[in-house]
Design a protein around this ligand. Sequence first.
Ligand code: ZN
Length: 419
Amino acid sequence: MVIPNAYLRLVCGFDLVSRRCRTDSEYFRFAISKLAIPKPIHFEQPYVLMSVFHYQLLNRDRRTSARRGFFSTPHGPVQTPGFMPVGTQGTVKGLTIDQVAATGAEMILGNTYHLALRPGHETVRRLGGLHGMTLWDGPILTDSGGFQVFSLEAIREINEEAATFRSHIDGAIIKLTPEHSIEIQESLGSDVAMVLDHVVALPAERSKVVEAMERSIRWAQRCLNAASRDDQARFAIVQGGLDVELRQQCATELSAMEFEGFAIGGLSVGEPPPEMYRITEATCPYLPEEKPRYLMGVGTPVDLLESVARGVDLFDCVMPTRNGRNAMAFTDQGKIKIRNAVHREDTEPLEKGCPCLACRHSRGYLRHLFVAGEMLGPILLSIHNLTYYQRVMAGARTAIENGTFAEYMEMKKAGWGVS
Ligand SMILES: [Zn+2]
């Protein structure tokens, strides 16, 4: 029987004829498994050799570099600009997977470093990969472990072959090579794997930044060479510290390689926000137009909009959940510290019009939960903050479509009290 494209799009969530599909690939089997129809089947048109990981640019803002699009993955598309909640240990802290989905999140992030140490990537694979363990059926991105290895001061030695570090769990000495990072991420089964990069703490001598940047490029190529799954995309990471020239050189060299997307790494590590914006603004034009751009580990709501204005598509950050656990809520009027006595008998919700679970309750009740040490408090504020981030990004997407992104950003900043 012949399967119309419209039907495929409806059932699978994507258009098979425009994707790279070899009849023996896992991706093809995944697609077929979604079709509850007798085989053999024939498709309406022959396949076109194109990546399943396709970025579609829908709108471009006239006054800024903001762009509206979507990125297709085997687990469905992600609307961009978009925000990914962080699920460090295979869980977005405190939330069930249904609660995460209800915030509006489309793609989540898993942590290679933490999952490789515990429970171990082989165990994750045997438990069905990250998707099988968490039951998250949307796209997942995993980081390479590089940032944690370098930032947790676990690092023992770094040379051309590997980063050697001490496990924070049992003190074991572990060697992480680019090849091993990819092997781990293939076991985790994420839709997007990040390359292993060499991150330097800033400020650093220029020679150290150059060395790390050049090594990151060589390691990116090794990651590509080691990759074996065609249902997993690889994103490269641009390094180069706060040096525009190095950033642009790194972006140019990585852009020549076969990556499905590009990240800007090594920022949001304590430098002032204007420095981060300057580097982002200088780097984005050197990345391919037709691929998604991801700013790693960023940031506050204003950081997100300022970076969208400079051409970034994807973000991740622990801030909404971490701050939520610490009794701090993000709203259109700025941050609210819910423990403050002023909220003791406050009958208002955190944010009027917010559809989240937390905003069905009064601020007074939420304060009580924190004061009493009840676990529901951190859960509800995490839900609210993640929902808030998703609403800010959804607003940005609509504004870009309507050609009003600059006004949207100014309106949000005025509410947050940011100039
Ligand atoms: Zn809310």
